[in-house]
Design a protein around this ligand. Structure first.
Ligand code: FPP
Ligand code: MG
Length: 486
């Protein structure tokens, strides 16, 4: 499941954006931006520790199997669509972070991790709370991440004989491994839930963005249909919600439910008007071959409420204020779209570990900084990568009308670009002008600088945790997020 290329990237850690640059000048720009990575970041990569995956390799290699057991249904086609993105090699960066962070947190002595009562399913072999049974000892039935809270007859619905609830299947051999590795079963389940939420959002995102490829294959909407992709995403969210409930921790339930809402909010903030046909009605052909006329959507999205505050009237708002507002909007959208899931899942991992409030907050900040860095780099790669390397359409943002950091930096220096941003690069030649401006005003270098700032902050957050291999692995991973090429 782990992307070979990404893994290789982590090991080599060479940061060669330029190899995939689309033109020589872009190549130069990226080479220059690479040098902006501070020596401190480079030093952190010289850790004795070489392979982040090896620390949690057992958990990572079981991830797909565990997720498969959470998303099985009695419907073969639904199974096919909802497992589609898990089959292709994804980066699995979110579960990897949750698992490594959980492992790093396990190095905090249990005596300093008493914020929440830890039940016997949460106790690791290395230490245990006085009076609480260890793994292997008799457990209280009905409290594990696989046990339902409601009676199964309720969850199964009207026909309990149809096997529709694979969530009730026991996890195989987990307690033993967790006992050895310090990662709690609930944290492991958390890693799976996070990947399920992320995958659900991708299925929906590809429908919204009219994408045609993902992870080097046709995207879900193309391989199946829009309807199936949307429904499979909904199904994954439903199953993720069941698994969230079974973590039996109200604080974690609140955090993870909020990530789902945040993803939608972030997507809304960058929602673009769909191109509508001139016809009054669209003709839809049903699966049965019947055709049906449906009215075309009447209202456009009320964009004024959630667009960049671009004003060409310098009497009203000065350019600097305008640009600053646009950056704030961009960063808030980026938090909601990407950093929310990372930060809140890191926070959830810390809550489940029983760590104190200051550690929980630090883990949250780590996920936030890493998530912002991750998405800003993604926005930069959109300008520099090729489809083959990226595994999804590259150079898509401008064509989709999206103004991300590189063009915002260019706009800062050239106010005339405001008009292009406001009209979402729709006029002929706009995309080309924007790309040239990014190059002229060193938009990519400045974007890389911005990502570097968040990378450094994330490394600083990690230094608040006790030293361990897991912490070193997270440092390596954090640096790799900055220098990745896909
Ligand atoms: C990828 O962004 C998309 C996201 C990070 C989130 C999408 C969120 C939704 C569609 C809201 C619905 C959420 C759920 C949980 C169902 P991108 O388009 O910039 O990246 P890409 O190039 O990988 O497509
Ligand atoms: Mg997309």
């Amino acid at each position: 499941m782990i992307s070979g290329l990404f893994k290789k990237k982590l090991l080599l850690h060479s940061g060669r954006f330029a190899a995939y640059a689309t033109s020589n000048s872009f190549k130069t720009a990226i080479e220059a931006s690479e040098k902006l990575v501070s020596p401190r970041a480079a030093a952190a990569t010289k850790s004795k520790f070489q392979d982040p995956f090896s620390i949690v390799s057992h958990e990572m290699s079981n991830l797909a199997k565990s997720i498969a057991s959470l998303i099985g249904s009695g419907h073969p086609t639904l199974n096919r669509v909802s497992s589609y993105y898990f089959e292709a090699e994804g980066k699995n960066v979110r579960p990897l972070i949750v698992l490594l962070l959980s492992k790093a947190l396990s190095n905090i002595p249990l005596s300093e991790r008493q914020r929440i009562p830890i039940d016997e399913y949460d106790v690791t072999e290395q230490e245990h709370i006085k009076g609480t049974p260890k793994f292997g000892q008799a457990s209280i039935a009905g409290n594990s991440v696989d046990d339902s809270l409601s009676p199964l007859r309720i969850l199964h619905g009207i026909n309990p004989r149809i096997i529709l609830d694979p969530l009730s299947k026991p996890m195989d051999q987990l307690p033993q491994m967790d006992k050895m590795n310090g990662i709690l079963p609930k944290q492991r389940r958390l890693a799976e839930i996070v990947e399920m939420i992320h995958t659900a959002s991708l299925l929906h995102d590809d429908v919204i963005d009219l994408s045609d490829s993902r992870r080097g294959r046709p995207s879900g909407n193309i391989a199946f249909t829009n309807k199936m992709a949307v429904l499979a995403g909904d199904f994954l969210l439903g199953r993720a919600s069941v698994a969230i409930a079974r973590l039996r921790n109200p604080e974690v339930i609140e955090l993870l439910s909020t990530t789902i809402a945040n993803l939608v909010e972030g997507e809304f903030m960058q929602l673009k008007n769909t191109v509508l046909s001139n016809k009054e009605e669209n003709e839809i052909i049903n699966n049965d071959g019947d055709s049906k006329k449906v009215p075309k959507p009447t209202g456009k999205v009320p964009t004024k409420q959630h667009e960049y505050s671009v004003s060409n009237d310098s009497d009203l708002v000065d350019h600097e204020t305008n640009v600053q507002a646009a950056f704030e909007y961009y960063l808030h959208k980026t938090y909601l779209k990407t950093a929310s899931l990372m930060s809140k899942s890191c926070r959830a991992a810390a809550v489940l570990s029983g760590a104190q409030d200051n550690i929980i907050e630090n883990c949250y900040q780590f996920g936030r900084n890493l998530g912002l860095c991750f998405q800003i780099v993604d926005d930069m790669l959109d300008y520099t990568s090729s489809d083959t390397i990226f595994g999804k359409p590259s150079q898509a943002d401008l064509k989709l009308g999206l103004a991300t950091a590189p063009i915002l930096f260019a706009w800062k220096q050239d106010p005339a670009l405001g008009e292009l941003i406001a009209r979402k690069f729709k006029q002929k030649g706009d995309v080309e002008i924007a790309r040239n401006a990014v190059e002229k005003y060193r938009g990519l270098e400045q974007t890389k600088q911005m990502a570097t700032k968040y990378c450094m902050a994330a490394l600083e957050n990690l230094r608040q945790l006790p030293e361990s291999d897991a912490r070193s692995a997270l440092e390596l991973l954090t640096n790799s997020v900055l220098t990745r090429t896909k």
